[in-house]
Design a protein around this ligand. Sequence first.
Ligand code: HEC
Length: 171
Amino acid sequence: MFSNKAVKATLFGSLLVLAGLMPLQASAACQFVSTKDGSPLPVKVAEDDTPEAKQFIETCINPYTKIFAADPEKAKQGKRKFAYYSCTQCHGANAGGQTAVSIIDDRWQYAKHDTDKGMFETIAGGTNMGMMAWHKQVTNNPEMVPTDDILKIIGWLRASYQGGGDKPWLK
Ligand code: HEC
């Protein structure tokens, strides 16, 4: 039989969980680093973040990538954001390259761009070679881009991919 003490401890534990004082499991949030210098990127869950953005910050997995790959209609959400933030001016309307590189071929500027986390780090925090930082938390500018919009853009870029080989982002 359970000892009285064990039952009490269990009850107390459940109460703490109910009260939200004790996390159900320790959270290991994704650690983002700058493409410029490898320093930590200050991207955290924000109060107004979508469930998809929260999931990405916890797991490094972009939930839109698989959804958009399966449904071109949904992928258009990312294309609209890409135009809205004028990414088109340098990368072209379909991201195939203009004054700046194509983002839908298999020539990555940085090897890590074959993961959604790596591509997110470059869009969020910029590079030393002409790509500016876009994330509102990184730039400290509320007018700039929230996590969810960057994820939708990445999801659309993956769905538009024209290169060959493996697609590690679908794994
Ligand atoms: C002013 C021009 C300019 C704009 C606007 C711009 N970019 Fe870039 N982008 C660049 C340049 C230049 C590079 C190459 C950077 C490097 O090699 O370090 C680049 C690189 C990238 C890469 C990596 C490409 C690769 O093949 O590995 C991604 C992803 C990217 N940009 C996404 C975006 C998104 C999303 C936006 C809009 C939010 C955007 N860019 C807006 C100039 C721009």
